[in-house]
Ligand binder design. Sequence first.
Ligand code: FAD
Length: 292
Amino acid sequence: MNAAKHPDTRNAAPAVSFEYFPPKTPEGAEKLRTVRRQLQALAPEFCSVTYGAGGSTQQGTFETVREILQEGVAAASHFSCIGATRQSVREQLALLSAMGVQRLVALRGDLPSGYGMGGEFQYASDLVSFIRSETGDAFHIEVAAYPEVHPQARSPEADLRAYVTKVQAGASSAITQYFYNADAYFRFVDDAARQGAQVPVVPGIMPIGSSSQLLRFSDACGAEVPRWIRLRLQSYGDDVASIKAFGLDVVTHLCEQLLAGGAPALHFYTMNQSAATLELCRRLERASPLSA
Ligand code: FAD
């Protein structure tokens, strides 16, 4: 067999994608360009850019997406529908399409407290249906998945039904909220498949860099930091080197479990930093038998 024509991809370095947020300052934009240059060496499948609910970051999101495309990398624009009208979504889809975007992460989004819901879309599934009805198969549509249950869900069953509805509305694949318990992911994938939602579910991976930031973030988005991880992080106090070393070990092991169990790829929440994601990917590549 010609190995060049038929590469053996079993256990090869995992497929990865990276998530960025739109920088707020020229310095942030310059720093993000450096981060992207470093991470693009890992040949990501695509890079995505978050979108402030209510359209607050639209310009920054689209500008960052445009730069990624110009760098020759596939870009996914996050797109949230809370507070949006059909006409505003239609206009933004036309803009993204004209830019050459082929991939969207379709979300409901969250408005800061004090803002009413407003708008013509209630749930992400409404947005997915609308995008499909307006643009057919023009976009690969990702949706959010919550192995540990979305914090506002009425029940785990209702949340799973909501996810299945998004897939039935036309989602192509899903990216999960981050988690540190691989069993929650495998259970979610099995339960969704049993209900007929069989699109790829890519685990979202949050590197651990700072104890206080991670705990604050996790409380807000409903991701569970297991007690043993929480206690270890707290015990390191201000010892950043120990927090990072421990975080790399924990997250590498999580990624290995996920890949061994059949996760189709890994999506890294980079927080516009490269060091932890680079090191995690290096470790995963080293762990893959074909790279030995
Ligand atoms: P939905 O799927 O609409 O779900 C929202 C809630 O409504 C859930 O509790 C669900 O159970 C419930 N629900 C859904 N449908 C129904 C129904 N028919 N009946 C009853 N209940 C229902 N936020 C941003 O603002 N910008 C971003 O760029 C961004 N990127 C993200 C990327 C990923 C991969 C993930 C996992 C999250 C991201 N978020 C982002 C956060 C996300 O916007 C919030 O978690 C938001 O609260 C829910 O969005 P959703 O698309 O999952 O909503």
